[in-house]
Design a binder for this molecule. Structure first.
Ligand code: ADP
Ligand code: MG
Length: 323
């Protein structure tokens, strides 16, 4: 199978963007996309490298899903409506069974979000997947990391920590006795749900937002820094976690929820007057949301346990160049 046959069979033939929105998709030198009047474009890329962002044991369907999901999560964090994406793919060989699975996972998620594949690049090389997503938001309404204010409430969507739990099982530092428990954690790691509907529902409600890709503490740090050197108090034992994680030793729960990484939940802030609006956004998007702390003028992150005691915490968030 040659390069052009591969592109046509696994990508071009499966991408059917609406002609009025995407007059030219895959097949020309550029895609041509019609902007919605009054909207701004939001663009983001995320690359997945074998051995660094995923293990060679992952099923190709899940890899196709995850490659797009992590990108959609960035659009969600900005409150954008997904429009289109491109796919740059380096493959060691043209393996039809692998490509079939990968395309299946990729397009299942793309179709669920009404987002069209409009182009890309394909080359031979070590397995590497780079997706660029494009979305839209009404002018001036994108959610940014920089909008948090002292006194704002701090929230997180969904639950944290299961993906890190799976990683620790793969690393051999944690053993889960029941196979179903391992499958649950592994699913969280390999099949994250991007919080696209919640992100859009939070436009005009949240003051700032970020998605948790590198761990709650580290990603919260980006919001504090970008919002002018704010601080925050975090209620560590209020962090939402699965029943599975809650059944494990407390230090492991804290490690996984605070510094997990690969959660793809939204962390966002909103003024206390917006509590009803936050609840309405959570309900409208059918996404659980938990109040986990407060933004403060005093710089730094303070972690309180269930008894209101200050916790010492040193481990930095996951950093690709440190671990
Ligand atoms: P060019 O050489 O002009 O950059 P290519 O020969 O690389 O074009 O690609 C041909 C067409 O196929 C282009 O429209 C490109 O966007 C698209 N394409 C290539 N690889 C992919 C891919 N993995 N997924 C989607 N579209 C792709
Ligand atoms: Mg060209």
């Amino acid at each position: 199978m040659g390069e052009f046959e591969l592109i046509q069979r696994f990508f071009q033939d499966r991408s059917r963007p609406p002609a009025d929105e995407v007059p030219v998709g895959i097949g020309d030198d550029c895609a041509v996309i019609k902007p919605t009047p009054g909207a701004q474009w939001l663009v983001s890329s995320d690359m997945l490298v074998e051995g660094r962002h995923f293990l060679s044991t992952v099923a190709p369907e899940r890899l196709g899903h995850k490659a797009l999901a992590v990108n959609l999560s960035d659009l969600a964090a900005c409150g954008a409506t997904p429009r289109a994406f491109t796919l740059a793919l380096a493959l060691p060989r043209a393996d039809a069974a692998w490509l079939e699975g990968f395309a299946h996972g990729l397009f299942a998620l793309a179709d669920a979000h009404g987002i069209a594949l409009v182009g890309g690049d394909t080359t031979a090389g070590p397995l590497n997947i780079c997706i660029t997503v494009m979305g839209e938001a009404p002018a001036g309404q994108a959610l940014l990391r920089s909008g948090a204010r002292a006194g704002d409430d701090l929230y997180v969507s969904g639950s944290l920590g299961d993906a890190r739990l799976a990683l620790e099982v793969f690393r051999g530092t944690v053993a889960l006795e029941r196979g179903a428990d391992f499958q649950q954690a592994r699913r969280a790691m390999e099949c994250p749900t991007p919080r696209v509907a919640l992100g859009q529902a939070l436009r005009g409600v949240a003051s700032s937002a970020i998605d948790v890709s590198d761990g709650l503490l580290g990603d919260l740090g980006h919001v504090l820094e970008r919002s002018g050197g704010l601080g925050a108090t975090l209620l560590v034992d209020a962090l939402p976690r699965s029943e599975l994680l809650a059944s494990l030793p407390l230090p492991l729960q804290r490690l996984c929820t605070l510094t997990g990484g690969d959660d793809y939940e939204l962390v966002f802030t909103a003024p206390p007057e917006a509590r009803d609006a936050v609840r309405a956004a959570a309900a409208a998007s059918a996404t659980p949301v938990t109040l986990i702390g407060r933004m403060e003028a005093l710089p730094g992150r303070r972690l309180l346990d269930a008894q209101g005691r200050l916790l010492e915490w040193h481990e930095a968030s996951f950093d690709h160049f440190k671990s």
